[in-house]
Write a protein that binds this ligand. Structure first.
Ligand code: M6R
Length: 614
C-alpha cells in the first residue's frame, strides 16, 4: 500500500521520481505527489488526487527542477483521497516534507499534544502528524533533522516506510522503515530510495534493504549511514539485485495481467528449476531440507495467507493430506491472528504470500512464532518481510507480478507447495514410488499443458463477450478444483466488479441454487477424476433451472459437452495437478470480461497490490 521513491545525485530528480512512481503505481493509485529542492534552494511540492499521469499533467510548465526529491503514490488509509491528503506532507514551518507508507496508530494522541503546542494541520492524515512531531522535536531539542527523526520514531506506534526532505539541507535524504518495505539503490555519486526495487533496477544493481527500526542518512557524496532508532550504528550490507528490467515492463502486452498470465509456462518452469528431476526421481526444495524431520514428525500443518495466496493454501491442504497424510488447517491470517489459536511447538506453519509484505500474514507469523511453531515461508518477492520473519522457506520464482490481480504468483505457489508435499511424502514414505514418479513426470509436463490452454484464448474471449454484462456469476468445483472455483470468482469480481461466488459444487443445493435462472452464468470445473460424475449431476441441476453452464473439461470429454452451453478443454493430468491448468482459462476469462467492460485491469478500484495495513 503506497509507493515511495526518492533520489539524490547529479541528475534531474523529477523524471526519475515520476518513472519510479509509475512503476510503483500498482501499490496504490488514488493520488500522487512529488517534492524537489531546486538550485536556488526553493522546495517545490506538487500533489494531486488521481493517477501519476494526473500529477504529470498538473506539474506541466511548473518548476520541477532539482537533483534531490521524493515522490509518493497513495492508497488512502487516513483521510479520503484528495489533493490535500496526498503526500508529501509539510511540517508546521513548511521546511520539512515527508512521504510515508504505513499507519501511525497513536497519531490522534500525538496530534492532540501538538495542537496544544500551537500546531495546525491541513490534512486528515497520520503522516502530517508525524512530520509535525519531527519538526517539533528538532526545534525544541535543537537537533539535526536526522536525529529528530530517530527520537520521533521512538514515540510512535505503528508501521512506516518514510522519507524526509529538509529544505534547509538540500544534500540529505532521511529514510526509515518498520513493517513496510524499503530499498536503497547505490549508484555512482547518486542514491535511489523505493518501496521495491522496480524504480531502481534501471540505474543500479547495488542495493541495501533496510530492516525494521532502521534509519538511513543519505548524504550527497558520502557513504549511506545506517542507525537503529535507538541510535546504534549498523554496518551497510550491499546486495546485488537479481531483477531484470524486462521483467517489470509490459513487453508488448496491453496489460501486465495479460503478460503475467502468458508468462505462466515460464514461471511454473522457473519455480521447478533445480528442484525437480523426474528421471532421477528427485524432488528437493533446498529451503526445507534442514526442517524435513520436523515435517516428518508434525502432527499438523497450519497454513496462513490472504486472498489468492489463501486459495493456493487450500490446494496445499488437499496436497499435503493426500500425499503426505498430514492434517492441514488453512486459516485466513486476519482471523487467525485475532483469535486465540491453539498452536503447539511441533506445528509447522506455512505462510504464503506473493508480496511477502501482507500485514495480517506477518502478524500471524509473529503470533505462531511466539508459541514456538516452525514457520515456513512461501513467497515471491526476494528479501521481503515474510521470508525474513520465517525460519525457512522457498521462493516461488514467478518473477515480479505487477498486475494487482494475482495470476502467475498463484500457479507458482501451487507448484512450490506441490513440490513441498511430494518431498515430505517421499521422506515419510506415504506414497508408492510408482505414483511418486508418475507425479514428477506429470509436473514436468505442466508448462506445456498451460501453453495448450493459452492457445484457446480466442474461444475464451468469445465466451467473455457473451457474458460480459452478467451481474452475478457462480463458480463451482469439487475436491482439488474447489479452490480453483474460489480463485476464478475472486479474479472476476476484483477486476470486472461483477459479483461472483465460488462454491464447492455439492454445496450449491444448500443455498446458491436459489439464485440460478437464465441470467446466471455458472462456471464449472468438470475435469475427469473421482468427482466427475457428481459434478456432472450438479451441472444437470443447474441446467434444469435454465442456468448457463460454462464448463472447463478434460480434453476429449463428451458427456459435459452435450449438456454445457460452452466448454473449454484442458489437457489431461493427475487430479491433484488440475488446479495448475484449470485456473488459467478462468484468469483469461476474467481478464477479457474486465477489458470489455472498460475496467482498469491492472489497477482495479479500491485495491492495492500489497496490503501492508490490517
Ligand atoms: O502478497 P500476498 O500474496 O500476501 O497478497 C494476498 C492478497 O492480498 C492477494 O492475493 C489479493 O487477494 C490479490 N489481489 C488477488 O488477486
Amino acid at each position: 500500500m503506497c509507493g515511495i521513491v526518492g533520489y539524490i545525485g547529479n541528475r534531474e530528480a523529477y523524471p526519475i521520481l515520476m518513472k519510479g512512481l509509475q512503476r510503483l503505481e500498482y501499490r496504490g493509485y488514488d493520488s500522487a505527489g512529488v517534492a524537489m529542492i531546486n538550485a536556488a534552494g526553493a522546495m517545490n511540492v506538487f500533489k494531486k488526487k488521481g493517477k501519476v499521469s494526473d500529477l504529470a499533467d498538473f506539474a506541466k510548465g511548473q518548476d520541477i527542477t532539482g537533483n534531490i526529491g521524493i515522490g509518493h503514490t497513495r492508497w488512502a488509509t487516513h483521510g479520503e483521497p484528495n489533493d490535500v491528503n496526498s503526500h508529501p506532507h509539510y511540517s508546521q514551518s513548511g521546511d520539512l516534507v515527508m512521504i510515508h507508507n504505513g499507519i501511525i496508530e497513536n497519531y490522534a494522541a500525538i496530534k492532540e499534544g501538538l495542537t496544544k503546542r500551537g500546531h495546525t494541520f491541513q490534512s486528515q492524515t497520520d503522516t502530517e502528524v508525524l512530520i509535525h512531531l519531527i519538526e517539533d522535536i528538532k526545534k525544541s531539542e535543537n537537533m539535526k533533522t536526522g536525529h529528530a527523526v530517530l527520537v520521533a520514531l521512538n514515540q510512535i506506534i505503528g508501521a512506516y516506510a518514510l522519507v524526509v526532505l529538509d529544505k534547509n539541507d538540500p544534500n540529505t535524504l532521511i529514510a526509515a522503515k518498520k513493517g513496510s518495505p524499503m530499498v536503497i539503490g547505490i549508484g555512482e555519486d547518486e542514491f535511489f530510495i523505493a518501496s521495491d526495487a522496480s524504480p531502481i533496477v534501471e540505474y543500479t544493481k547495488n542495493v541495501v534493504y533496510l530492516n525494521d527500526e532502521q534509519v538511513a542518512i543519505i548524504r550527497r557524496g558520502e557513504e549511506v549511514k545506517l542507525r537503529t532508532i535507538k541510535d546504534k550504528e549498523i554496518p551497510l550490507y550491499v546486495q546485488e539485485l537479481e531483477m531484470e528490467l524486462e521483467a517489470i515492463e509490459k513487453g508488448g502486452y496491453e496489460h501486465f495481467m495479460l503478460k503475467e498470465i502468458y508468462e505462466q509456462p515460464r514461471s511454473v518452469k522457473d519455480s521447478m528449476r533445480g528442484r525437480l528431476n523426474a528421471e532421477k526421481g528427485i524432488v528437493q526444495l533446498g529451503g526445507i531440507v534442514d526442517h524435513i524431520a520436523k515435517f516428518k514428525n508434525a502432527k499438523r500443518i497450519i497454513i496462513i495467507a490472504c486472498g489468492t495466496s489463501w486459495h493456493a493454501g487450500l490446494v496445499a491442504e488437499y496436497l499435503f493430506e493426500e500425499y503426505a497424510r498430514i492434517p492441514v488447517e488453512v486459516e485466513y491470517a486476519s482471523e487467525f491472528r485475532y483469535r486465540n489459536p491453539i498452536i503447539y511447538p511441533d506445528d509447522i506453519v506455512i505462510a504464503i504470500s506473493q508480496s511477502g509484505e501482507t500485514a495480517d500474514t506477518l502478524a500471524a507469523i509473529e503470533l505462531a512464532k511466539s508459541k514456538g511453531a516452525t514457520i515456513i515461508g512461501v513467497c515471491n518477492v526476494v528479501g521481503s518481510s515474510i521470508p525474513r520473519a520465517s525460519h525457512a522457506g522457498s521462493y516461488t520464482h514467478a518473477g515480479p507480478e505487477i498486475g494487482v490481480a494475482s495470476t502467475k504468483a498463484f500457479t507458482a505457489q501451487v507448484v512450490v507447495l506441490t513440490l513441498m508435499a511430494l518431498q515430505v511424502a517421499k521422506e515419510k514414505g506415504t506414497m508408492a514410488e510408482s505414483k511418486f514418479r508418475q507425479l514428477l513426470y506429470e509436473l514436468e509436463s505442466i508448462p506445456t499443458k498451460i501453453e495448450d490452454v493459452l492457445k484457446q484464448n480466442d474461444l475464451i474471449k468469445h465466451i467473455a463477450d457473451i457474458y460480459k454484462n452478467a451481474e452475478n456469476a457462480l463458480y463451482l468445483g469439487r475436491g482439488f478444483t474447489f479452490p480453483v472455483a474460489l480463485e476464478g470468482a475472486l479474479k472476476l469480481k476484483e477486476i470486472s466488479y461483477i459479483h461472483a461466488e465460488g462454491y464447492p459444487a455439492a454445496e450449491m443445493k444448500h443455498g446458491p441454487i436459489a439464485l440460478i435462472d437464465e441470467a446466471m452464468p455458472v462456471f464449472v470445473i468438470a475435469t475427469k477424476g473421482p468427482n466427475y460424475e457428481k459434478v456432472v449431476s450438479n451441472i444437470q441441476e443447474v441446467k434444469a433451472r435454465k442456468g448457463k453452464i460454462i464448463a472447463v473439461v478434460t480434453s476429449g470429454d463428451k458427456d459435459v459437452k452435450g449438456m454445457a452451453d460452452h466448454v473449454i478443454e484442458i489437457p489431461e493430468t493427475d487430479e491433484s495437478l488440475v488446479p495448475l491448468i484449470a485456473v488459467v482459462p478462468l484468469q483469461l476469462l476474467s481478464y477479457h470480461v474486465a477489458v470489455m467492460r472498460g475496467c482498469n485491469v491492472d489497477q482495479p478500484r479500491n485495491l492495492a497490490k500489497s496490503v501492508t495495513v490490517e
